[in-house]
Ligand binder design. Structure first.
Ligand code: NAD
Length: 391
């Protein structure tokens, strides 16, 4: 019987330092009888040199060989054009593939009968799915990192300090969006001694914020929860009302960490230009909502540090999980290994359409788009293709 070969590639996206499998996850896979092929230097940016992978039972090889010889390829980010072009029939690609924003790639790879497994589509509230929850593991490291980045950029103490040379009052931190990343940012800022407040449109998060010892501010928005534990998208008037009420709440804050996201929508702008103008010079905003499609803080640029004319430091931190690459990869590797264990009880892919995890996380297999949301999002593309062929 042939052994399942799992391939690990070096990520090619700019600023990406994570790797899809760390040596500990490789060891777990090889101990379970899987073969693992790792591209040379795949883990070096995450401080996992090749010799650690070899010690874990992997073989180091060239990128071309990993792509050609692996039945399963684990990645962090959606494949670049060259990788997508190199994938062949029957291969399985596992990663944060962001399918709803990469519909053309999904369509093409599905047509070539590549099986696509996207962490974003995991039903996260199922307890047996928790070991596979890469959105949570990466949000958690990003939230922690946001607090550290904010503390580093802030020119004052976060905790209260009483010294012979004077007394420093503790910094006031506001965390907007108290999901997985926000709660981790709150916990970290609390440990650093700041006075922390959380704000979220999901009233259900009050208990979680308060259990960390932080204060929770109730927004005026009614029924902010949407489906699946996520927030719903706000209407334009609601968003303006939120900006106005936040402007008052934020005036006295020193550090603002924003994490507000709504699946399938651009992140809401919650800290407006007018609010930024009211903050004291030296105040810091770390925007975890920042991405190519915008962010929670007006003027934030993903991956950059911008200083407003009023001296407020705005850090676009949409990719902060990659800024803690060793821990992020360690968690992510476990998520990948758990998905492989679920989909490969032996050495052959078994997608059970009655299994809630498989039904959602596998977005395409055998040339068919199996995930309902992705199929729905793709239907206009298919219609356009049909129209184009007919005309
Ligand atoms: P997310 O990344 O989608 O959003 C981050 C936070 O931003 C959320 O708390 C959301 O309510 C908030 N937000 C969105 N729009 C906002 C606005 N206009 N104003 C203020 N806040 C706004 O969320 P997430 O961290 O992925 O978590 C989503 C949900 O999934 C949460 O309810 C979380 O508890 C739940 N979850 C459950 C499990 C589990 O049951 N095992 C695991 C992970 C997450």
């Amino acid at each position: 019987m042939s052994t399942l070969t799992v391939g690990v590639l070096r990520e090619t996206a700019t600023r990406e330092r994570r790797v899809a499998l760390d040596p500990a996850s490789v060891k777990a896979l090889t101990a379970a009888g899987r073969a693992v092929l790792v591209e040379a230097d795949a883990g070096s940016a995450a401080s996992y040199p090749d010799d650690l992978y070899v010690a874990a039972g992997a073989r180091i090889s060239s990128r071309d060989d990993v792509v050609a010889s692996s039945a399963v390829i684990a990645v962090v980010r959606p494949p670049d054009t060259a990788l997508a072009a190199g994938l062949r029939d029957g291969q399985v690609l596992i990663g944060l593939l962001d399918p709803l924003n990469h519909l053309t790639m999904v369509h093409e790879l599905s047509d070539r009968t590549v099986t696509l497994v996207a962490f974003e589509m995991l039903p996260r509230t199922l307890s047996r799915a928790q070991s596979m929850d890469a959105l949570s593991s990466q949000s958690s490291t990003a939230g922690y990192r946001a607090a550290i980045v904010a503390a580093e950029a802030f020119g004052r103490y976060l905790p209260m300090m009483i010294t012979a040379s004077g007394t420093a009052t503790p910094a006031k931190v506001m965390v907007i969006g108290t999901g997985v990343a926000g709660l981790q940012a709150i916990a970290t800022c609390q440990r650093l001694g700041a006075v922390v407040t959380g704000y979220d449109v999901r009233a259900a998060s009050r208990g979680e914020v308060e259990s960390l010892g932080a204060r929770f501010l109730t927004p005026s928005v009614a029924h902010g929860a949407g489906g699946g534990g996520y927030a719903r998208a706000m209407t334009a008037p609601e968003q303006h009302a939120q900006q106005a009420e936040l402007a008052k709440m934020l005036e006295s804050c020193d550090v603002i960490i924003t994490t507000a996201k709504v699946p399938g929508h651009a992140p809401p702008v919650l800290v407006s230009t007018a609010t930024l103008a009211k903050l004291r010079p030296g105040s810091v905003c770390v925007d975890l909502g920042s991405s190519e499609s915008g962010g929670n803080v007006a003027g934030s640029v993903d991956g950059q540090r911008v200083v407003t004319t009023g001296g407020v430091i705005v850090i676009g931190g949409g990719e902060l999980a990659s800024d803690l690459p060793t821990s992020s990869s360690q968690m992510y590797g476990r998520n990948v290994a758990a998905v492989i264990a679920s989909l490969f009880p032996a050495d052959v892919l078994v997608v059970d359409p009655t299994d809630e995890v498989h039904k959602n996380i596998v977005i395409s297999t055998g040339g068919v788009i199996t995930n309902e949301s992705v199929a729905h999002a793709l239907s206009p593309v298919d219609d356009r293709l049909v129209t184009a062929v007919a005309s």
